[in-house]
Ligand binder design. Sequence first.
Ligand code: FES
Length: 90
Amino acid sequence: MEASHDAPEEEPGARSTGATAAGADEVRIRIRLDGPYVVTGSFVLTDHEGNVLDCGDRPNVALCRCGHSGSRPFCDGTHRQIGFDGRLRS
Ligand code: FES
């Protein structure tokens, strides 16, 4: 499977908050239901040593939240195959 770092299409059960798209200077991180963190806006992603990771020039990037992506830190859709339960609990 070829990995895609683009944010996946809307997943079933995803809810809109009614919020508008991120402004030019705003970084927005959206937690997808049982899926990745979708980062929108202008940002720099680095590894633990400060090395910049190439996110291309995409308008948004999906970061793996399940820990099973084959292209971490990016989401490759594996969360769907493993039935990732990403409900937040407090
Ligand atoms: S959240 Fe998508 S592969 Fe982990």
